[in-house]
Design a protein around this ligand. Structure first.
Ligand code: URP
Ligand code: ZN
Ligand code: ZN
Ligand code: ZN
Length: 465
């Protein structure tokens, strides 16, 4: 099957081009101005639209068991929502398995979750819940045989690692060609704050945020950066940055030549701590928590000046009705995480591109090209060159619509962005040449998505096209 995307403005991480794209089967076959085809080729008129690499969301948690609950989006509903929002690849953070389990055990579990379910392409980040010689040995095969070239460490929650284990993980992962990703929050500081708040009977949602203020995150960022430096400059990727002080530490490290990259999420760019004071404050419980408004502006500076590398969602869905059942009396009983995979692209386009903070090509860099480069997907994905997968999103830059959960395709019962008016929406999503969403509706199928065997980590410095 051949398709021609004609008359649009191609946008990649290097700029904007008046060019057409010829798709043959699953791949981009040609990229040029004024491609002429015969009538066996289906022509898609992209006049007035941006034609961009499909979104890559490198931070989701589908079907994750967090001990007190299981997130309600599985690999079908989660990737269906992704497709409708212009995202053609997700890289899911595997959750913890039984105590002491191997890396391969968790991988097999996640393959079972995703196979026959995913509607767009997917990969997995490994999760390190303990360190011993077996785990350190297994890491090599995970990268070279299983296509898992990034692993997540938690500095808080049940399976937090201590500094010695963090060093051992960073060092070994560097050796085997993997990128270490980290959830940085100081667990002891949070426990200390939370105990004091509990003693005072302070259990409303706002105390979730006050139990883990930004210093808890900033300390853990600075510490992990220095541990990575000690581990022979091991490559490090900080997930879900929520505030400015941590970004300053990251800038300093980048300036000194350290291999450190950082992701933020729409919730930290657009929602602030005051949401916890609303009657439905439980809807916004996640970690790190939403921050004072001034932090949002600092993150937007990082989005514009290049110091933030990627925008992902950390999509992790627990319905509001479940949150109410579990945590009406106490924020600390609420499962953590927000939905958002379907609205990442429109939110960042609207508040980034349409409001003049960033260019369309910086948008592509943040949502697709840099994630692909950092996580071993490039140039198969995040790229509009011949030979790349035909993963595309056609964006209508002037289209103005309001986010309403009733129109979304996840299994949540609310959206944290309900009522947000956005300018610029995906109107067509193609994953490997197949149309998986059109005008915000799902046209794909469960099981179409393919596991992507990711390449080992290599540093790519240029915009790469
Ligand atoms: O609260 C959050 N972010 N839940 C998802 C798991 C994580 O920490 O990334
Ligand atoms: Zn996290
Ligand atoms: Zn997460
Ligand atoms: Zn629909």
């Amino acid at each position: 099957m051949k398709r021609l995307i004609k008359g649009g403005t191609l946008v990649d991480a290097t700029g904007e081009y008046q060019q057409d794209l010829l798709i043959q089967g699953e791949h981009i076959a040609q990229r040029a101005a004024g491609i002429v085809v015969d009538d066996t080729v289906e022509v898609i008129d992209a006049t007035g639209l941006y034609v961009m690499p499909g979104g890559i969301d490198v931070h989701t948690h589908f079907n994750i068991d967090v001990g007190i609950a299981r997130s309600c989006d599985d690999f079908f509903s989660g990737t269906r929502a992704a497709a409708c929002g212009g995202t053609t690849t997700i890289v899911d953070h595997m959750g913890f398995g039984p105590q002491g389990c191997s890396l391969h055990h968790q991988l097999a579990t996640y393959h079972r979750y995703a196979e026959g379910q995913a509607a767009v392409d997917y990969g997995f980040h490994g999760v390190i819940q303990h360190i011993d010689d077996e785990i350190l040995t297994e890491m090599a095969a995970m990268v070279s045989e299983e296509g898992i070239s990034s692993f997540k460490l938690y500095l808080t929650y049940q399976y937090k690692l201590d500094d010695g284990d963090i060093l051992r993980a960073l060092s070994r992962l560097r050796e085997v060609g993997a990128l270490t990703t980290v959830h940085p929050e100081n667990d002891a500081a949070i426990a200390w704050r939370r105990a004091e708040l509990h003693r005072q009977g302070k259990t409303a949602p706002i105390y979730h945020a006050l139990s883990r203020p930004l210093e808890c995150e900033a300390e853990a960022i600075a510490r992990t950066i220095n541990l990575a430096r000690l581990a022979d400059n091991a490559p490090l990727y900080i997930v879900h940055l929520s505030h400015g002080l941590g970004l300053d530490y990251i800038r300093l490290a980048k300036r000194s030549g350290q291999k450190v990259w950082v992701e933020t999420c729409p919730q930290y760019l657009l929602l602030d701590i005051n949401h916890y004071l609303r009657a439905d404050g439980l809807k916004y419980i996640l970690s790190p928590p939403l921050r004072p408004h001034a932090e949002l502006d600092k993150l937007w500076v990082g989005i514009a000046d290049g110091s933030i590398d990627t925008v992902a969602t950390d999509h992790c869905t627990f319905p509001y009705r479940l949150r109410q059942q579990m945590a009406q009396q106490d924020f600390s009983r609420c499962p953590n995480g927000l939905p958002g995979v379907e609205n990442r692209m429109t939110l960042l386009f609207s508040h980034g591109v349409a409001s003049g903070r960033i260019s369309p090509s910086r948008f592509v860099e943040l949502t697709s090209t840099r994630p692909a480069q950092l996580f071993g997907l490039w140039p198969q994905k995040g790229c509009l060159e011949p030979g790349a997968d035909a993963d595309l999103v056609l964006f209508e830059p002037q289209l103005q619509q309001t986010i309403q959960h009733q129109h979304l395709h996840d299994n949540a019962d609310y959206s944290p962005y309900e009522g947000f008016s956005c300018q610029g929406w995906p109107v067509l999503t193609l994953c490997r040449g197949e149309i998986v969403a059109k005008q915000g509706h799902f046209t794909g199928r469960a099981g179409y998505g393919r596991f992507i065997h990711r390449r080992p980590f290599v540093e790519i410095k240029d915009k790469g096209e």
